[in-house]
Design a protein around this ligand. Sequence first.
Ligand SMILES: O=C(O)C(=O)C[C@H](O)[C@@H](O)CO
Length: 272
Amino acid sequence: MPAPVNPFKQALREDTGLLTGLWVALANPHSAEICAGAGFDWILIDAEHGPNDIPLIAAQLAAVTRHPSHPVVRLPMGEPWLIKQALDIGAQTLMIPMVETAEQAKLLAKALRYPPDGIRGMGASLGRASNFGRIADYAETANAEVCLIAQIESRLGVENVDAIVATEGVDAILIGPADLSADMGYGGKATVPEVMETVEMLIGKIKAAGKPAGIMTGDPEMIALARRAGVRFMANGTDTWLLANAAAAMAEKMRGAEAADPSAAPKTGGYS
Ligand SMILES: O=C(O)C(=O)C[C@H](O)[C@@H](O)CO
């Protein structure tokens, strides 16, 4: 029995149109499962900015299995030992932030794959990845089903984009406009013309190299640019933003209703 097919990697290859995603940083299996059931093609379990560790990521991976949203795991850094742990708990698609050189990209590609193609240590029989050893052929078939998404989000990464994209084993690139604009001196203001032009150029180069480009942005201008430029996977929001803003809106509504008519019971947000 081979390693499970990676449906996200397959969809990226088959050019099935835009794959919609949601950033998930609440670091909680329950909220991850709620988000996975919302209808996105993928969710990003964020261990770079979310308070996630390997056990918590494993719990979220288990919690989302009954939903079609594919869990992509973003690690804080591209360390081979951490990549090994993330793959052994069952992550199939890893996003690595701040990839800036071809040498870095080559090491990451090797870290996701077993020898002779890579340096991933044997031992998945201990973890979820192989269904705890029940997938007998896991080690022989896993390399084909892992997916490496490298993030380009700095001037050095932009400078080296051609070499990074051409690296065998880099399956997709996600552009990080926030970090890119900060590194360009605009402090996270991603919609300044120079950043927008750089993002458009990056998408063009990634596509020309035959690899799927992705982006994380909530800005309407950047969303429109990314769609026009032909990104293949995109996230426009986060679970934390959704919760914080929906809660504030309900509180505001209740305060407003109370002020208008203390006796009226305001409609709740669908809670029953
Ligand atoms: O630099 C970026 O933009 C990203 O990599 C996305 C952010 O890290 C994400 O947390 C949303 O702000």
